[in-house]
Design a protein around this ligand. Structure first.
Ligand code: T3D
Length: 255
């Protein structure tokens, strides 16, 4: 059985982490299959991606049975989690983490590397790392600090406190909480909305917010000017302006 399943519905690609018996904990194979799925998502015909988990987990992070055998941890992180986190960030389309259930350790980092997080009301969030004497890796100190601010991020990630979906929403960690029964339909609906949007403008916006994390104002204004010049060359810009003038809904093609 594949450890990652990939489905396509129109312009939406859904990537499902698929080790439900182990809450989709990461193995080498799962990393490799996730990477292949993210490569597949580079297809221009894909205009939005959903990342989710099978069973009652999103992901419980690193598989702890395939861990601590004296290997080079830094090299392992570079070869696996880093590659997939960077693949998500460099994907020129929105990636939704549809957090269907348990989300812990590097599974939490991965969800936070995505552009949008929706949570099922059955989901809960656990730092995990500190529970086994580790630091938050795979972007856990980067994304969670940006989402929550340093004081809350530090307090949470050093406490190993279990957060409910409602608490995660109140903290701004997830943008929406949906009943478990309708969760996958809502995630698909949200992804379809994004897939019908002007994909180039969304991709450029994604890149700009990443650049803004380290740029000065002057640098960022320049990045915006360059990106806007690019967006203004797209068919979607022409279509958006035409639709406005004709008082109709725009039909964006993603080009
Ligand atoms: O070198 C490196 O790898 C560094 C990289 C580190 C990255 C990391 O992600 S470190 C953090 C790793 N993750 C954790 O520490 C979380 C461990 N899991 C838990 O604390 C709990 O399972 C949860 C709080 C996430 C969920 O609890 P609960 O009660 O809902 O489920 P459970 O009964 O504990 O787990 C269900 C099954 O999944 C169980 O298997 P079994 O007994 O039914 O056969 C459990 O052992 C398995 N499982 C859960 N998490 C992992 C796991 N198996 C392997 N690895 C896991 N991380």
């Amino acid at each position: 059985m594949a450890e990652v399943e990939v489905g396509r519905d129109g312009a939406v690609q859904t990537i499902t982490l698929n080790r439900p018996g182990k809450l989709n904990a990461f193995t080498r194979t799962l990393h490799e299959e996730l990477h292949a799925a993210l490569e597949e998502a580079r297809d221009p015909a894909v205009r939005a991606v959903v990342l989710t988990g099978a069973g009652r987990g999103f992901s419980a992070g690193q598989d702890l049975t395939a861990f601590g055998e004296g290997g080079d941890v830094a090299a392992m992180l570079r070869a696996t989690y880093h590659v997939n986190v960077m693949a998500i960030r460099s994907l020129e389309k929105p990636v939704i983490a549809a957090v269907n259930g348990v989300c812990a350790g590097a599974g939490l980092s991965l969800a936070c590397a995505c552009d949008i997080r929706l949570a099922s009301d059955a989901a809960f969030f656990v730092p995990g790392f500190v529970g086994i004497g580790l630091i938050p890796d795979s972007g856990g100190t980067y994304f969670i600090q940006r989402l929550l601010g340093t004081p809350r991020a530090f307090e949470w990630m050093t406490s190993n406190r279990r957060l409910t979906a409602a608490e995660a929403h109140a903290w701004g960690l997830v943008s929406e909480v949906v009943e478990a029964e309708t969760f996958s339909a809502r995630a698909a609906e949200h992804a379809a909305e994004l897939a019908a949007a002007p994909t180039r403008a969304i991709a450029l916006t994604k890149r700009l917010y990443d650049e803004a994390a380290t740029a000065t104002l002057e640098e960022q204004l320049e990045h915006e000017a360059e990106a806007q010049a690019e967006a203004a060359q797209t068919d979607d810009f022409r279509e958006g302006v035409a639709a406005f003038g004709e008082k109709r809904e725009a039909r964006f093609s993603g080009s």
